[in-house]
Design a protein around this ligand. Structure first.
Ligand code: FE
Length: 195
């Protein structure tokens, strides 16, 4: 085991022996975030915003409330702001200080989101970072970077892909990737799904 793993194991052992934590409760928490809460939740939110103009308005006006309409609430989701990509602006999200992230809609953050290089570089050279994720945007599309805090978490609403007009909300949700909701990716095109 790594040093960090050993430290976590030692800490958990002591807390359990002293009766401060219940291992079953810890397992339930981990299980929740590994299997029940994840980017599928956010994908449902985005798909609904794409297909329901009134919901989109509510989401952009008060994302926390609109997300709660779908039953997604909880820690690190108390104050969510939805930022929408447009033909002229692409949004990207970071937490320059640590790893703040909208858990109820995206689950736990990926390792790179917590890494120092991502956190420092995305604010200085977002276009280069985006290119490393495989997305090259035309120069006339502005990139806006949002810095999360302990209070405010951001959810990017990616642009609805061309050729998705006839898709159901469920099918639309399949196009919405985790990275597209952080802004380090774009939504998949329907042709990528059917191939
Ligand atoms: Fe943070």
């Amino acid at each position: 085991m790594s040093e960090t793993e050993l430290r976590v194991r030692a800490l958990e052992t002591i807390l359990t022996e002293k009766g401060y934590v219940d291992p079953a409760a810890l397992d339930a928490l981990i299980e929740t975030y590994e299997t029940k809460v994840g980017p599928r939740n956010g994908a449902r939110v985005v798909a609904k915003a794409w297909s329901d103009p009134a919901y989109r308005q509510r989401l952009l006006h008060d994302a926390t409330a609109a997300i709660a309409e779908l039953g997604y609430t909880g820690r690190q989701g108390e104050h969510v702001v939805a930022v929408e990509n447009t033909p002229t602006t692409h949004n990207m999200v970071v937490c320059t200080l640590c790893s703040c992230y909208p858990w109820p809609v995206l689950g736990l953050p990926p390792v790179w989101y917590k890494s120092a290089p991502y956190r420092s570089r995305v604010v200085k050279e977002p276009r280069a970072v985006l290119a490393e994720f495989g997305v090259t945007l035309p120069q006339d599309i502005a990139i806006r970077v949002w810095d999360s805090t302990a209070e405010i978490r951001y959810l990017v609403v990616p642009m609805r892909p061309d050729g998705s007009d006839s898709l159901s909300e469920d099918q639309l949700a399949d196009l919405v990737t985790r990275d597209s909701m952080i802004g380090t990716g774009v939504a998949r095109s329907p042709s990528e799904i059917t191939v």
